[in-house]
Design a protein around this ligand. Structure first.
Ligand code: HEC
Ligand code: HEC
Ligand code: HEC
Ligand code: HEC
Ligand code: HEC
Ligand code: HEC
Length: 423
């Protein structure tokens, strides 16, 4: 009896060890892919997607097309490879109309391996709806990782459960052999035969303390992590994509037709709000652009909606004008102050870092979580660009004065800037 119970204990111990180790392995790998995803988002999405061609070719299964060593050299400096006469590199460059891929000398080998790991990972994921596949994947990345861990955990628990049930059976059989009480065995067999009833089995399982312990542990871990995830995501609308009143495509306007963001969202460069363009801005082009070739000479029904909003009859505007009711996608709570011009014009941050690959979106969706953690993490990582900035010159001057023991005023810390007191 003791032996069996010792055996059982050591099996349980090694089981726990294995599950802890496998979880550690899972999180280590997830970390690489996560870092790769974030690098890919920052540096590559302006030209590449996983499963479609943008400026550069689709990168799906890239590791199957090239050696890792070659890829590292290429990504760090593709032009150096081309100049060195590498056959693959020259063919690629010529095949893409000699468009130069940006060199990335600051990426370490590990950085690049992580990016490749992310691309591999995204390649093996089932393709989501065409143009969203890329952005969507990246946006859902952090979710994927925690899902991955959650499922890993559940799998480990299920396996532990099965092992326990099997071991339990084995122990009982062995016990019976050791006891070797014929009568008892006969009775039990009889019982088992007539009573292959589930109730009996469940009752017996419920008496097994180890089993009950594992079951409760599993339940607690599962409910705990599900609850944790849900609570953290209250009020987070990442991926939010409402249906808009007009099928306006950024992919067509900002992507294919290369209209600058500034043309429609000039506010983003000079004020707090980026602003949505009024229908008059659309009319600069859509007075003439009717897309009628696609609709047998008729005006596109979507463009007709702009005309309806402005009461435009093809010659002049009527009196019944009303604004287009665009559904707002990004929405910070009122108590949080966010200023576009400070981030876009002063810090020089690209729209895409916060809004994702807008120029590939058929319909805009919320790319970033817009949580406080998101804002704060970026503030921790991003270096301030203080060159040629009167505000920082003023701060540095004030600092010098302080060092020399002079008095300074609130004005020398920027206290006269309108934006410090006014929204
Ligand atoms: C400025 C646009 C641009 C950026 C940014 C860019 N690429 Fe490229 N990439 C290209 C172009 C264009 C090509 C096609 C070859 C050429 O014309 O040089 C290419 C080719 C490639 C290839 C070879 C593809 C194949 O089918 O063999 C890989 C791999 C690649 N890029 C990876 C990356 C990675 C990783 C990043 C981000 C770190 C990145 N690229 C960023 C434009 C870009
Ligand atoms: C031709 C005009 C036009 C251009 C160019 C344009 N946009 Fe827009 N943008 C709109 C309109 C109209 C909407 C509202 C409808 C919608 O959400 O699709 C919008 C919505 C958005 C939104 C979502 C706003 C919300 O409701 O929260 C973002 C973010 C955005 N644009 C970013 C960009 C970026 C970045 C670029 C440049 C790459 C760009 N836009 C170029 C017209 C334009
Ligand atoms: C700088 C010029 C320009 C501006 C400004 C512009 N568009 Fe367009 N738009 C185009 C072009 C070019 C097309 C492609 C027409 C075609 O496919 O023949 C287009 C196509 C469209 C289509 C698709 C029509 C269809 O059925 O295929 C819609 C809808 C549309 N625009 C809405 C808008 C709205 C809404 C605005 C204002 C927020 C706007 N556009 C501003 C140039 C512009
Ligand atoms: C540092 C991150 C960041 C950058 C960079 C950024 N945005 Fe935004 N954007 C936001 C946030 C956060 C909101 C939500 C603001 C709110 O609800 O008050 C937003 C909202 C918007 C909206 C919705 C309407 C509005 O007036 O706020 C549009 C349109 C928009 N951004 C366009 C742009 C464009 C175009 C650029 C590039 C020129 C850009 N954004 C750059 C973070 C950013
Ligand atoms: C992509 C990185 C990035 C993200 C995301 C970001 N910020 Fe910033 N933010 C910056 C940088 C860089 C500066 C410094 C700009 C400067 O030089 O004034 C800054 C400055 C600010 C300032 C001014 C600080 C000061 O001392 O004057 C405020 C306020 C601010 N951000 C709010 C927000 C909020 C709110 C969010 C989230 C909704 C956010 N930021 C998201 C990069 C970011
Ligand atoms: C130190 C804080 C501070 C600064 C800096 C500041 N203001 Fe004001 N401003 C206020 C206060 C407080 C009020 C409201 C008091 C009042 O109406 O008399 C106000 C009122 C105003 C009003 C009148 C609003 C109304 O409805 O009557 C305008 C316009 C204005 N400010 C513009 C500016 C401009 C432009 C700048 C930058 C050159 C600026 N302010 C800088 C604090 C400031």
């Amino acid at each position: 009896m003791r032996n069996i119970s010792l055996l059982f204990r050591s099996v349980v111990k090694s089981l726990i060890l294995v599950s802890v180790l496998s979880m550690a392995a899972v999180s280590a790998r997830a970390q690489d892919v996560k870092e790769g995803a974030s690098l890919f988002k920052q540096k590559c999405t302006s030209c590449h997607a996983i499963d479609k061609d943008l400026v550069g070719p689709a990168l799906k299964d890239i590791s199957k097309r090239h050696e890792e060593e070659w890829l590292i050299k290429w990504i760090r400096n593709s032009q150096a490879l081309v100049a060195a006469g590498d056959e693959q590199a020259v063919a690629l460059f010529e095949g893409h109309n000699r468009v130069v891929m940006t060199p990335f000398p600051d990426l370490s080998d590990d950085n690049i391996k992580n990016i490749l790991a992310y691309i591999d990972d995204a390649s093996s994921a089932p393709a989501a709806g065409s143009n969203q596949a890329e952005g969507g994947n990246a946006a859902a990345q952090s979710d994927d990782v925690s899902n991955f861990m959650l499922f890993g955990l559940i799998a480990v628990i299920v396996i532990a459960f099965i092992v326990i049930v099997v071991l339990n059976r084995v122990i009982r059989t062995l016990e019976r052999i050791i006891l070797n009480k014929k009568v008892l065995i006969e009775e039990e067999e009889e019982e088992e035969e007539k009573g292959k009833d589930y109730l009996g089995t469940i009752k017996r399982l419920a008496k097994n303390k180890k089993l009950v312990f594992f079951f409760v542990l599993g339940l607690v871990v599962f409910l705990g992590s599900a609850g944790w995830k849900t609570l953290w995501n209250v009020g987070v609308h990442q991926g939010y994509k409402p249906v808009q009143p007009i099928k306006f495509s950024h992919q067509l306007h900002a992507g294919v037709n290369q209209i600058e963001c500034q043309y429609c969202h000039s506010g983003a460069f000079k004020s707090k709000n980026a602003s949505i363009p009024s229908a008059n801005v659309c009319m600069n082009c859509h007075k003439y652009v009717t897309a009628s070739e696609k609709y047998n000479g008729e005006t596109s029904p979507e463009i007709q909606k702009i005309y309806n909003a402005l009461d435009w009859d093809g010659q002049q505007y009527g009196p019944n004008q009303r604004p287009i009711q665009w559904v707002r996608i990004h929405n910070l709570p009122d108590f949080a102050y966010f200023n576009h011009s400070q981030h876009v014009s002063v810090a020089g941050i690209e729209c895409q870092r916060c809004h994702g690959p807008i120029e590939t979106m058929e319909e805009v969706y919320q790319y970033s979580p817009l949580t406080m953690k998101w804002c704060v993490n970026c503030h921790r990582e991003t270096e301030v660009n203080h060159k040629d900035n009167a505000y920082y010159d003023q701060l540095i001057a004030a600092h010098e004065k302080l060092k020399e023991g002079d008095k300074i005023t609130a004005a020398s810390l920027g206290g006269l800037e309108c934006g410090k007191c006014h929204y």
